[in-house]
Write a protein that binds this ligand. Structure first.
Ligand SMILES: Cc1cc2nc3c(=O)[nH]c(=O)nc-3n(C[C@H](O)[C@H](O)[C@H](O)COP(=O)(O)OP(=O)(O)OC[C@H]3O[C@@H](n4cnc5c(N)ncnc54)[C@H](O)[C@@H]3O)c2cc1C
Length: 331
């Protein structure tokens, strides 16, 4: 058995049969992949138990740059740290992904939940995704427009039964500087280069999120719920200061962190698990937490939010038990 505590950002002490680090396509072909769990850096998962199988860790990091008319084209191995890629893009003066600076994890995992922050989602820059199908034992490519990108979701997340190991992602980034500065903290005319935006985003994130190298967490534990306009209007009548983000089409996004805070759950603890006092949406390991403490705290938070607002929170993190992925309602 191998310990996975450095392969999940909660830092939970759980084991798997074996861990295989995939550095090339040849490694991937030869790795024992029956019932294998695919991991990048484990920064979006909760492991509730020992995993009864092998883990394949993506360590393919080759990156190639080229140009195609008005676009910079970047092909990047799925095992590279997303933030290291963004750092290199910014230093080359390539704009488009700087708002996603400092999101932990790999390039290969980024399309899975369509990572997003500060008004940018990675799916908008993805031209194609290369994969190896672990069951059919064949390589393939999916075009960006066929990836089903949505808020914190994609075709890959919706179809876990297909067990596709993402080997490489191709980005197409329009040449020139295209700042997205609509979010609080970025509305500032001094932010006139990708580098300055990256620095500001890193600063803002440090102020409100735990440093993953010090405090274990998986970032936002829950997704921001989306409700209909009528329900949003009712909530606003009872809570005039509730933040509402209209999405169009009669749908409104709510801030899960605000709901958790107002349900009285910011900064609370259960055993060695707690909610982060600067951002209630983040559940943290306060030191040697056990998986059941994280689960119990998350369940408590979701029940309190439901009792207060009638809103059902859905986890953003992927949850894995002994035999594979499990749904929120199964635990
Ligand atoms: C402090 C902190 C802050 C965060 N902030 C944000 C944020 O602002 N925005 C945001 O969107 N997310 C955020 N996250 C969540 C996380 O960073 C992202 O989801 C990231 O993409 C996870 O990358 P990973 O390599 O760690 O994936 P993992 O956690 O290893 O895997 C996540 C899922 O993707 C699958 N997967 C991983 N790699 C591959 C692959 N190569 N092929 C196929 N499937 C794969 C796994 O099986 C798993 O289901 C944050 C997390 C932390 C800890």
């Amino acid at each position: 058995m191998e310990d996975l505590s450095t392969l999940n950002s909660f830092g939970l002490h759980v084991n798997a049969k074996s861990v295989y680090r995939i550095r090339s396509l040849a490694d991937l072909r030869s790795a024992p992949s029956d019932h294998a769990l695919i991991l990048g850096r484990g920064s979006d998962i909760l492991l509730t138990d020992d995993y009864d199988g092998n883990v394949l860790v993506n360590c393919i990091t080759d990156t190639r740059f080229s140009e195609d008319g008005d676009f910079n084209v970047v092909r990047c191995g799925g095992g590279r740290e997303l933030d290291s890629l963004i750092g290199e893009l910014v230093s080359r003066g390539i704009s488009g992904l700087e708002n996603l600076s400092a999101i932990p994890g790999t390039v290969g995992a980024a399309p899975v939940q369509n990572v997003g922050a500060y008004g940018v989602e990675i799916g908008s820059a993805i031209a194609s995704v290369d994969y190896f199908d672990l069951d059919r034992r064949e390589f393939g490519t999916i075009k960006g427009e066929d990836c089903g990108f949505g808020y914190r979701t994609s075709w890959f997340k919706e179809h876990p039964e297909r067990r596709l190991f993402i080997t490489e992602v191709e980005f197409r980034l329009k040449k020139g500087f295209h700042p997205v500065l609509s979010y609080k903290g970025l509305v500032d005319t001094a932010l006139d280069t990708p580098y300055k935006i990256r620095e500001r985003v890193i600063k803002l994130r440090r102020e409100k999120l735990p440093d993953p190298s010090v405090v274990g967490s998986a970032g936002s534990f829950f997704k921001n719920p989306v409700v209909g306009e009528d329900q949003a209007a009712l909530l606003q009548r009872s809570y005039p200061d509730i933040p509402l983000y209209p999405l169009g089409g009669g749908r409104v996004k709510l801030a899960a962190g605000w709901l958790i805070d107002r349900a009285g759950c910011r900064g609370i603890t259960h055993g060695n698990a707690g909610t982060w006092d600067k951002q209630a949406l983040v559940i943290v390991n306060r030191g040697n937490a056990k998986p059941h403490e994280i689960v119990a705290l998350a369940k408590y938070v979701s029940i309190e939010v439901f009792r207060r607002f009638g809103i059902k929170l859905e986890p953003e993190v992927r949850i894995y038990g002994r035999r594979g992925e499990i749904t929120w309602d199964q635990i």
